[in-house]
Design a protein around this ligand. Structure first.
Ligand SMILES: Nc1nc2c(c(=O)[nH]1)N[C@H]1C(S)=C(S)[C@@H](COP(=O)(O)OP(=O)(O)OC[C@H]3O[C@@H](n4cnc5c(=O)[nH]c(N)nc54)[C@H](O)[C@@H]3O)O[C@H]1N2
Ligand SMILES: Nc1nc2c(c(=O)[nH]1)N[C@H]1C(S)=C(S)[C@@H](COP(=O)(O)OP(=O)(O)OC[C@H]3O[C@@H](n4cnc5c(=O)[nH]c(N)nc54)[C@H](O)[C@@H]3O)O[C@H]1N2
Ligand SMILES: [Mo]
Length: 778
């Protein structure tokens, strides 16, 4: 650490890192990486030029049609209409009145408050928690379960390994891998670009160093997946460019080879697992006549049978870590890849050894593969939700479109409620959801959509009432994450722009209007809450032998770092060392390669053991109009849709549109040149992009990052859904399976052509038409 350099600037934290904020005359001029961070992310810079400016929402806004006609179906106007600026008292009156109308006429179940999304870092001003606390004080809301990140694994892993989160966060750390691992087989790679981020905040970025040091020490990486760049070039990975969506076939092919060649560790299987005997007949084809051999796998993965056998033998010979990327869960039957990978890892018998076994999503975030002790931070208490209705998070469009219909989920049969009011703070469904044109249609159905946002993104444009939120640079907060050893005091760097207020102040005003002010605020202001949350954190920390300084001392210094663990982190070590004393939380206490519980649900696509279903859409079956598999992965220069309008994200656009990577062969076949304006299309929709010809993607695959702000053209343009390059106009809005009902964005067939239609400019970064209230009376 460079201790000679004087440290200037207030501290702030974000999901993409900790920074020193430099300001002049009350305006933020630059963010500089935290002095303790060896590899700060450039993403932070993206906020500097957009804190102020035309895309900042500075006053409460009401959609013109809603203001004139009151609540009701929007019939296509939500997302197209003009807005009217109103005063705060007027906005509070409208929102509180509408909440009251809906809850008294239809009950609180008619309010959807799932409000999925990453919000911003900071334990107190966490928009989603604020919203849930507020809605709970006024009687509750229909909620959502699981995430877009890895819903399929959240539901499946408890059956197989007894828990999900401890398995993900407990990944064997890079320091151990560097010393002990010989072969690192990465399904979906080790995307260091994603390691820029951890939910809740990052103190020190370690992923790049982790990968490079391990490679430097002789660790051989194998990158299994459609994108060569999913492993850092310097790591010299071997590339197995399989068809996306075929990992289960490859894993079964490996399992079959291990069994056939006597390479499976029978002693491990007997001592630590149950159900191998129920899986084996399927693997060998006794139950369905199809042995899942290397040849069988070759026909489905695009790899040669010999290379599959060779890889299997090498995995058995060497100390091998299998990493399965989170993206593998975001596909059709995304429940299966993790289960299949666990089965292979169990057959290799290395689970719980230093450097061997399995890890879930190395470098999906900075935390995965780091060795740290998180601080058990306090979070804003959300209260109790008396409403018991929920949806799996990615079933939102289904819910809006199909009230009263039933759906299956994890052994349950539930009913979609009829939603009258949608309330969102801290998430962007017009970023995260699949089949955005369908979402847009569904979005017209409720009577009212209320959104807190700070910038005019698609989410704000599709609301009836937009309340302008202050950003994390405009308030005080404490950042901490169970996935990071740092506690950061996020010091307010400037006053909120325009009339924007913190989410807390907004809900405080609404709570007053609805007569629940005291219950919501506990008569605390921001500093009262920060003090209380810190005190609680300090208490909890003490119980884990972490000695936090007093609040004033913490604020003055700005940060606290927990000491590094004394022990290296090795996933499942305790279980391996003493399975009787440390059983897994499964019914058998062992790894369940067959789950009676899952089998009992009777889902044929998910029979209770690792199972291959041919995906509905994948490059292995491309007959017809759509012959390319679209990978819509995470963007390297931002987090999801956040800061897409900032200079750092816009730098990577070409001619103002999102680049799509296409293999030279596929480009040639379609007369596409580097830099061509192209149209991507699927049965769901179509978008414009700029083509980049690259052999980083395997033939048959296109790569288009998520995050470009959804930009539907004006009405009447039939062959385009987005002018800017948002892949979610192309993706399928289908659950992974009845078990988890997770999103399945990665299973998506599309095609691409040179676009010769009329060139329409990108309007994603143009705010909607906004009028002053007086204008509308005439
Ligand atoms: N095709 C495809 N789609 C995907 C994925 C994929 O791989 N492929 N990945 C999925 C995954 S893993 C995820 S997690 C989701 C992410 O989806 P989201 O988490 O919904 O995406 P974000 O852009 O992070 O949305 C956060 C929103 O909160 C707003 N915000 C930030 N701070 C504040 C605040 O203090 N107050 C308020 N009121 N608002 C604030 C931001 O402006 C932004 O609009 O996307 C999913 N979608
Ligand atoms: N910079 C940045 N970092 C982020 C985020 C961000 O938006 N920006 N988002 C964060 C969030 S919310 C999450 S959940 C994580 C997500 O972390 P991941 O799920 O790991 O992220 P992705 O980039 O979607 O996918 C990683 C790679 O998986 C490969 N892949 C996709 N489908 C398949 C398949 O079927 N088989 C194989 N073998 N490979 C496949 C793709 O080539 C892709 O590049 O990232 C986090 N980190
Ligand atoms: Mo995610």
């Amino acid at each position: 650490m460079n201790s000679a350099r004087p440290v200037k600037g207030t501290l702030t934290s974000s999901h993409w890192g900790t920074y020193r904020v430099h300001s002049r005359n009350g305006a933020v001029t630059a963010l500089e990486g935290f002095e303790l961070d060896p590899d700060p992310s450039p993403i932070g810079q993206g906020i500097v030029d957009v804190l102020e400016g035309p895309l900042r929402i500075t006053r409460p806004m009401v959609r013109k049609g809603w203001l004139e006609h009151g609540p009701g179906r929007a019939d296509g106007l939500r997302g197209r209409d003009e807005f009217v600026e109103v005063s705060w008292p007027r906005a509070i009156e409208l929102v509180s009145g509408e909440l009251d109308r809906v809850r008294s006429q239809y009950g609180n179940e008619a309010i959807y408050g799932g409000s999925y999304g990453w919000s911003s870092a900071g334990r107190f001003h966490h928009a989603q928690s604020q919203l849930k606390r507020f809605l709970n004080t006024i009687g509750g809301f229909t909620y959502s379960v699981n995430t877009y990140s890895y819903a399929a694994a959240e539901v499946t892993l408890p059956y197989v390994l007894g828990d999900f989160y401890s398995m993900v966060n407990g990944a064997t750390s890079w320091d151990v891998l560097k010393e002990h691992c010989e072969l690192f087989v990465a399904f979906g790679g080790v995307p260091v670009r994603n390691g820029q981020v951890t939910n809740g905040g990052v103190g020190r970025h370690v992923q790049k160093q982790g990968v490079l040091e391990a490679a430097g020490n002789g660790l051989q990486f194998v990158n299994v997946g459609p994108l060569r760049s999913d492993v850092l070039e310097e790591a010299g990975a071997q590339w197995y460019p399989i068809y996306p969506g075929s990992d289960v076939a490859l894993l079964l092919g490996i399992a079959h080879t291990l069994h056939e060649e006597g390479l499976a560790d029978q002693a491990f299987l007997a001592r630590y697992t149950t159900g191998f005997d129920r899986f084996l007949p399927y693997l060998l084809g006794a139950s369905d006549g199809e042995p899942k051999s290397a040849d069988w796998a070759a026909a489905r993965t695009g790899l040669s049978a010999d290379s599959i056998r060779e890889l299997s033998r090498e995995m058995a010979r060497k100390r091998t870590m299998i990493s399965v990327s989170w993206s593998l869960t975001r596909q059709d039957n995304g429940e299966q890849p993790y289960w299949a990978a666990i089965a292979v890892a169990a057959m290799l018998g290395q689970l719980g050894t230093p450097g061997g076994g399995i890890g879930f999503g190395y470098s999906a975030m900075n935390a995965i593969g780091a060795n740290y002790r998180g601080i058990p931070g306090a979070s804003l208490p959300q209260g109790n939700n008396p409403v018991k209705r929920f949806i799996p998070v990615a079933r939102i469009a289904d819910m809006l479109l199909k009230p009263g219909e039933t759906f299956e989920y994890n052994g349950l049969t539930e009913t979609y409620p009829e939603i009258r009011l949608v309330y969102w703070a801290g998430g962007n469904p017009f970023h995260h959801h699949q089949d955005l044109d369908r979402l847009r249609r569904a979005w017209q159905k409720p009577d009212t959509v209320i959104v807190h946002e700070w910038c005019w993104n698609a989410q704000a444009k599709h609301a009836d009432i937009v309340l302008p939120a202050a950003t994390s640079l405009e308030r005080n907060d404490i950042a901490s994450s169970s996935r990071d050893p740092f506690l950061i005091f996020m010091e307010k760097a400037r006053e909120p722009v325009g009339e924007s207020l913190t989410d807390y102040e907004i809900f405080g005003r609404l709570a007053s209007a609805l007569g629940v002010q005291e219950a919501f605020t506990k008569n605390r202001d921001e500093s009262g809450w920060l003090q209380a949350l810190y005190d609680e954190t300090r208490e909890k920390a003490k119980a884990s032998n972490i000695d936090l300084p007093a609040f004033t001392e913490f604020v003055a210094r700005g940060w606290f770092e927990n000491s590094a663990p004394e022990e290296p982190q090795i996933l499942l070590k305790r279980f391996r060392d003493d399975p009787a004393r440390y059983p897994l939380k499964t019914p058998s206490g062992k790894i369940e390669l067959y789950s009676e519980q899952v089998a009992a649900f009777g889902y044929e696509e998910c029979p209770g053991f690792p199972f291959w279903n041919e995906p509905t859409e994948w490059a292995g079956r491309t007959a017809g109009e759509y012959r390319l598999h679209l990978i819509s992965n995470q963007p390297k220069n931002k987090l999801h849709s956040q800061l897409d309008h900032g200079a750092h994200s816009r730098e990577l656009k070409i001619n103002g549109r999102e680049p799509v990577l296409i293999h030279p062969q596929d480009a040639e076949e379609r007369a596409i040149n580097d830099g061509s304006l192209v149209r991507l299309f699927s049965p769901r929709g179509a978008c414009l992009c700029t083509a980049v010809i690259s052999d980083e993607v395997r033939p048959g695959v296109l790569q288009l990052s998520t995050g470009a702000w959804y930009d539907p053209p004006a009405e009447g343009v039939a062959d385009l859904s987005c002018l800017h390059g948002n892949p979610n106009v192309l993706t399928r809005d289908e659950g992974t399976s009845r078990l988890a009902q997770g999103p399945s964005a990665m299973s998506c067939l599309v095609d691409i052509e040179v676009y010769n239609g009329p060139v329409m400019p990108v309007r994603a970064f143009v705010p909607p038409v906004v009028r002053e209230e007086a204008d509308t009376s005439g």
